[in-house]
Design a protein around this ligand. Sequence first.
Ligand code: SAH
Ligand code: SF4
Length: 429
Amino acid sequence: MNVHDSEQMVELLGGQGYKTTDDVEKADLIIFNTCSIREKAEQKAYSELGRCRKLKLRKPHLIIGISGCLAQQLGAKFFKRAPYLDLVFGTHNIHRLPEMISHVEAAGSRVVETSFHDSVRSLGILALPRNGSISAYVTVMQGCNNFCTYCVVPYLRGREESRKLQDIVNEVVALADHGIKEVTLLGQNVNSYGETVNGCSGFSTLLKEVGGIEGIKRIRFTTSHPKDLSEDIIRCFAEVDDLCEHIHLPVQSGSDNVIKKMGRYYTSGDYLDKVAELREVCPDISITSDIIVGFPGETEEDFQKTVDLMEKVRFDGLFSFKYSERDGTAAVKFDNKVSEDVKGERLQIVQSLQEKHTLERNRALEGGVEDVLVEGFSKNCRDDVMGRTRSNKIVNFKGSADIAGKTVPVKITKAYLHSLRGELVWAKG
Ligand code: SAH
Ligand code: SF4
């Protein structure tokens, strides 16, 4: 989501004559788009920002701004922490960036803008693809009404707001006209898309509409909340041809006690039922998830239930995190905090188990043929191209750049933890 916000900023600033550069020394404007979901992300933002102090001393006309969740949280207090900052703006104010930059340029004075708006105008900024890219993100809703007890998102990104279906369709059509082949529909909880739009019957309707747009070959979406993953959304995996066989479905924990305290409103049994339904409708579906270890009150027994759930599901991939206490969230007041050491041990267990499962799931593809949408040259070898399977796994194989943007059948010859190796079978359209 932050990546997409940054793309929108690049688009808006392009209209003001700014171009992107890889060399920070050459920059006339630097914007840090921050995340504060966990403490680690927050610390990283502060240390990057600290490095800009010297740049500003050498180049006084350099404009430095900060945006995103951390900016939303601290607002004007940021100027005390980093007096060389010119601009602080929050998650609902991206559309005002040109105006704010003009103000800093003209008046040389600082600008801070962290107000929330009922209707988030930046949702509709069309960020056109750059550098021959074939995939794009499209925000379909923003904010979150769930208030999971560990999470800052509802406080920093505001309440849920869905975009109008027709606006989303128009945006995807425009992206297809610019050569985009794959779109990822984005939202904190995409499954509840439509609840805030009159006359819209929800996310499955949106998937079907986007599925019919010419030129778009693949649709993905993220993130889904298990409690809102309805049968009609699950059926879309069988009914919407362009919908890729992958779902990111964060479970967070395998213990019903912990899930309850997290305020997630499902049980581990409900989660396993959803997984079974998904696999029944779409046997090859790849399922990835998020897990938090060391939530307050998580006992050894609770943790073991998370491990058991992982064994039952065998995820294709997993993002796992140590619980990080966030100011203003309900869990700050919960008893029985888990020590950093125990969190570390549990994280290690989860990560090594997941490596085993990922490798096992990837190896199951060896010998088979996968449709691969080619993105371009591989990172490590110029004789190779890379693309992704519909299940979102990276495949490297020998090929020339002219097949970028095409979907080709590739025989999988070897599976690794983070990618697959293959051979082109024959090229098609
Ligand atoms: N809206 C999405 C995810 C948003 S944040 C959802 O509900 O699934 C992405 C992930 O960060 C979460 O799924 C969770 O696993 C993790 N996360 C959020 N807050 C956290 C915290 N305080 N400590 C550790 N991990 C956290
Ligand atoms: Fe955070 Fe929960 Fe909303 Fe996801 S659903 S953004 S974890 S509050």
